[in-house]
Design a protein around this ligand. Sequence first.
Ligand code: FAD
Ligand code: SF4
Length: 513
Amino acid sequence: AKEVRFLLGDQLNIRHSWFGKSDEQVLYLLMEVRQETDYTTHHIQKVCGFFAAMREFAETLKSRGHRVHYLKLVDKNNQGDISANIKRIVDESGAKSFKYQEPDEFRLDAQLSELCNELSSSGIDCECSTTEHFYTERSFLKDFFKGKKTYLMENFYRHLRKEHDILLEAGKPRGGKWNYDKSNRKSLPKNHTPPAPLNFENDVASILEELEASDVKTIGSIRDSQLNWPISRTQSLQLLDYFVENALPWFGDYQDALTTESWAVYHSRLSFSMNVKLISPKEVVNRVLEQFEQHSDLIDISQVEGFVRQILGWREYMRGIYWAEMPEYASLNALDQDRKLPSWFWTGETKMKCLSHSITQSLEYAYAHHIQRLMVTGNFALLAGVHPDEVDDWYLGIYMDAIEWVEITNTRGMSQFADGGIVGTKPYVSSANYIDKMSDYCDQCVYDKKDKTGENACPFNSLYWHFYARNESTLSNNPRIGMMYRTWNKMSPEKRDELLKKGDSLLENIEEL
Ligand code: FAD
Ligand code: SF4
């Protein structure tokens, strides 16, 4: 081959212009490597999902007449490291040119550009192309907000709505409002069961055997060697259809709802398919808009806007933040938190129902929806003062869709406020009150959601004030939080002392909660 073209495991975009026509002289290279299975401890389903999707993709390429070199984890000559493998294969194939697509992760971007320096110095032409996946370029957000003090998601999102003519009527937002966030906050009515999630039952027995033979350390479980996540473009499109037909009409309403009745509620579960680029955000948004046009009598604008905002808004925004702020972002710890994550984050064995349910579900399905991540596990970690490195590592491992660019901005930024307010304007914390309003967890919990300091009091209630009190010097100047401190300061010194003591004792016994 004259040219080697490398694809990462999250670059499975068959509609990329690379694949327009086949060429005998081009060798496509995909590889399963220890470098990637080991940079954090991943959920077993996540590793299976990546490998299964990569293998399917390699087969699709071959069936379309492309030449493919696929390295399995267990292959003898696999050196476990991306650069080492590429160097060997470029050398063995006699290629004079090497191409790759822009990695979404900073560490891989650095690694591949360093590799290219090396290859270039030995006479190989190197080139990096875009992945042809996102709405925006890497640097778009940074340029868009040039000279501004803060990156406001809403401005970014409105700009993209206009640029791509999405949900507009004569240049104005459809339905009169840009944002229906306020109507997207309902809890699930009693005796209301969301549709069962669509599962794919992909057989991954051979991948599981290979992972075991290679001693790859993982977390979580998988039932009957069957992976319920989509691993091909066809399955991803099926999931998209299933979503628009069965969940979209209620998506916005119940976007924030928490329940023990369903693990996916009305969420799409499309994050894995999109993050590995089996389908693109544009296809997802366009399919949703098409459904809306055809059934606007059945689907309210608030449901559709609520969904579009997640993808056109949040997903692109987080990517922009990542490229604007890395690599410094990865070590921010604005609130100076330093605790370890309690060990029950890996077992779900805690008496707190909200956490035991959300963690057990994550271990079982490699999935929790946004509010479980933000207002249950993330909320607790922040209230408890856990070090953001610990929190990042957990989120980076446990979820099917966890890839650093979108994991770290959500975790360190949105959820842990460790970036001091780059992503969010204030910390997302709450007492039992919010969790109870949005869920059926508290009614099934041994702790008393109303009690703050008693023996059986819900830990969130005192930790909430403990959090604000210990961060007063950093947070009290924030105009969005000022009211909290006024409430705190109006409490009697005895009351405050009682709350702080209760919080201290909970934190001392965090493993026992
Ligand atoms: P839906 O609710 O159906 O939303 C549709 C799509 O919108 C998602 O597939 C996703 O692509 C996009 N989206 C929604 N919210 C966000 C967001 N805040 N940021 C970026 N995209 C968003 N998302 C990841 O893809 N990978 C992660 O590693 C990840 N880690 C997170 C960690 C924390 C602490 C929090 C609070 C959120 C995290 N998110 C992450 C964002 C969000 O929770 C997931 O994208 C979503 O739960 C995926 O499920 P879904 O596909 O059913 O989403
Ligand atoms: Fe969680 Fe407290 Fe509610 Fe129990 S009472 S489920 S610990 S918020």
